[in-house]
Design a binder for this molecule. Structure first.
Ligand code: SF4
Length: 423
């Protein structure tokens, strides 16, 4: 058999990155200080803003840009100067550092324009406080969403969510979030003068479901493909940039295009790594300050990261069908962080994904604020999968000397992964 063709950069990843840059440049050109602009957390119901035509920037996406441009330390220094902690939830607090920038135009991509509203779910000890500080800035309103929990946990939530979300999430949590979303819509109508249209909102939800269905097909292709046809450093922007634009035809079509490119590579037998020896899973947020990290183990050991949560959660975590649009949207977000971070929801899901992708090892990035990480590592190990926990922050490189990271991951691959893979 001839060697598989080595792949170059995925065109849909390059196209998504170019689109986002242009979108941001247009935002700068068109945004008038004080006009409606939202900063929203990644796990918050952005679809309301989409339907009302209010532009929004995703808090963690902005942090990833700042980290990729190696500017996180400037942002953290501005928090420190004001007496705020710089050592916890840096991924969520980076954008707040932008609010204190005396020279925003010199920041990446011309800087973050000042939002008029910030929206976040109040998970974790620090995040509520980060957003309270946002709410103290002139002209900024913080709209908090409760972080509710349920005492019963569904098994195999990923099978229930598309149609049986009322059972999976629980009616009390949905009632609470529907009430909060109604309040958000009222607040936005009163403060921006824009109208919320049920029909427009239903269109946004339908486009989002289509987009995530494409992601689901793509995820299934990648899970089954040998060798791995797409690098995580390509699939992450190709999935996540459209994710921040979900509810648009551009985003739906970008997900479709990603699928078709991956399908084409699978049928051509294309590989991201000529001599793939082992398949790895990356559990945790992207290591934005060192995206070459993933590539290095592929080059040194033929160990390919075939999985990141970004494509997988797009595939399993977003699709929701139903007749009541606002309740359907609440069902997307009322238990969103449970899917990724709360055991047993999260732990069972990671084990399922590890098995379907046939990985021989998991590198688990554990940040200080990640909730339930221990349960994820324990569940994966109980399923017989080697796990290396890397204790580091995904945007703050201060505790992550690259040599140390490389040595730690490299010796684990040699000791625990390659012997299994070569069996
Ligand atoms: S995904 Fe990474 S590389 Fe792409 S635009 Fe975002 S931060 Fe930059």
């Amino acid at each position: 058999m001839s060697a598989p063709a080595r792949t170059g950069r995925l065109p849909s990843a390059a196209a998504a990155t170019a689109y986002q840059r242009q979108w941001f440049a247009d935002l700068h050109r068109d945004h008038v200080p004080g006009a409606p602009l939202a900063l929203v957390n990644a796990d918050a119901p952005q679809e309301v803003f989409r339907a009302m035509g209010i532009p929004y920037v995703v808090n963690q996406w902005w942090a990833s840009i700042v980290a990729a441009k190696r500017r996180t330390q400037d942002h953290l220094a501005r928090l420190r100067e004001r007496g705020y902690p710089d050592h916890t939830e840096q991924y969520s607090s980076t954008a707040l550092g932008s609010a204190f920038d005396p020279d925003p135009a010199s920041a990446p991509w011309g800087g973050l324009p000042m939002p008029s509203i910030v929206l976040a779910e109040t998970t974790g000890d620090a995040s509520r406080k980060i957003f309270d500080v946002w709410g103290e800035q002139p002209g900024v309103t913080f709209y908090p969403l409760e972080s509710a929990a349920a005492d019963t946990v569904p098994e195999r939530w990923w099978e229930l969510m598309p149609h049986h979300w009322e059972d999976a999430v629980g009616s009390d949590r949905l009632d609470l979030m529907v009430g909060e979303l109604e309040g958000l819509i009222r607040f936005l109508e009163q403060t921006t003068g824009r109208r919320f249209s049920e029909q427009r909102f239903a269109e946004v939800l339908a486009l989002t479901n289509e987009q995530e269905e494409w992601n689901r097909r793509t995820r299934d292709l990648v899970a089954a493909a040998r060798p791995c046809p797409v690098a995580v450093t390509d699939s992450i922007p190709a999935v996540m940039i459209p994710q921040w634009h979900r509810g648009t035809t551009w985003a739906r079509d970008a997900a479709h295009r990603l699928h078709d490119e991956v399908a084409g590579r699978v049928s051509a037998g294309a590989a991201v790594c000529d001599g793939e020896r082992a398949r790895l899973m990356w559990v945790g947020r992207g290591l934005w300050f060192d995206l070459e990290f993933y590539q290095r183990f592929q080059e040194r050991y033929g160990a390919v990261f075939v999985w990141s949560m970004y494509l997988a959660i797009a595939a399993d975590g977003y699709v929701r069908y139903g007749d009541d649009p606002l309740r359907t949207l609440a069902a997307r977000f009322a238990a969103f962080s449970d899917q990724l971070y709360t055991p047993p929801w999260s732990a069972e899901w990671y084990v399922k994904e590890a098995r379907t992708h046939g990985v021989q090892g998991v590198v688990h990035l554990v940040s200080d604020d990640a909730r339930g990480s221990w349960a994820t590592s324990r569940a994966l190990r109980a399923a017989g999968i080697p796990v290396l926990e890397l204790h580091a922050d995904n945007v703050d490189a201060r505790r992550s000397d690259p040599d140390h990271l490389d040595r730690t991951v490299g010796s684990w691959i040699e000791a625990e992964v390659l012997p299994r893979a070569d069996d």
